[in-house]
Design a binder for this molecule. Sequence first.
Ligand SMILES: Nc1nc2[nH]c(O)nc2c(=O)[nH]1
Length: 363
Amino acid sequence: MVGRGVLKVTSGELRLENVLQTGQAFRWILEEGIYTTTMRIIPGKYSIIALSQDLNTGCITFDTPNENIGIDTVQNHLRNYFRLEVDLHSIHQNQWLAKDQKFKMLEHKGIRILGQEPWETLVSFICSSNNNIGRISKMCHALAQNFGDYIGKFQERDYYSFPTSNQLAENATESTLRDLGFGYRAKYIIETAKKFVQAKQEVGVDNDTDFLQKIAKEKDYLEVREFLMGFCGVGPKVADCACLMGLKMDEVVPIDVHVGRIAKRDYSISASKKELQAIKSRYDQLPITKKKINLELDFIRLKFVELWGTHAGWAQGLLFFRETEKNSNSPKKRTKLDETTVISKKLKFEEEEKLIEVEVKAE
Ligand SMILES: Nc1nc2[nH]c(O)nc2c(=O)[nH]1
């Protein structure tokens, strides 16, 4: 191994198996206890990275097998990625449990919200519409393999970067993405990439991460969400996932059917007409939000933020994990990347996609 080091993690604060392949990140590959992917550890450059965790100590051994990046640089990168500055145990005890007795029965299990590349997060969650983790992963790998840069080989596998908005806008087409199995999401990705490139040009920023971080710095949450929802295929849920897992907006609570179900079943949250009307009028100055928002789900979002506080999005992460774990097969079964099926031709589920598309159009 060329560059090897250890990342110290306070015991229990991070469990790789509960964060890397459970619906936040989609390009980690797990084989024999080792997680590998490519990450932008050095600005402007992707590198292959391999991680393994000692479950007794919590410590993570990292390798950058093809290059020597420098231990401090990799450690800093991983601290940021895993958001190790956030004391999960303390937040669980002092913020969530203090206000919500349900967290007595809800251990945090080292489930943390990641600090991912915001452009990749946005595109990944566009892919997540009506989709499951295995298929989203296949799509994200397909984007990297077909439109990203070749980074190198590790243990007989080729690794690629996640494509920039420019790479997608210049080299991908709706038809190629449809051929790769993206279904109706093909159009969303192409339209979003093209508009994104234009938006970057207008402010003179070239890098996708820098651009979205600049937006996040200059605008408040509702404005960032409005901005993101201006892109094709981005509704409140996708925008909120990008805010939470890509832009480190810890208070943001993405709401989808799973979390909506939890809100009604476990928290008896339901809004009166008057309350819904009050939310609607909040968005008079935010026309895209007003058009795309589901008022009932937004009401739930606000209730959860009120209940859980500054790291409400992290609390949602625990509930989301428990809910989706309950409603799925074993994690290994649902997330393992099948080597032979990284998408380079039509996938079996194309027929199913067409059905979904018809349903969406009919809505
Ligand atoms: N923590 C969360 N992970 C997710 N994955 C996905 O598809 N949705 C979510 C979410 O709402 N929270």
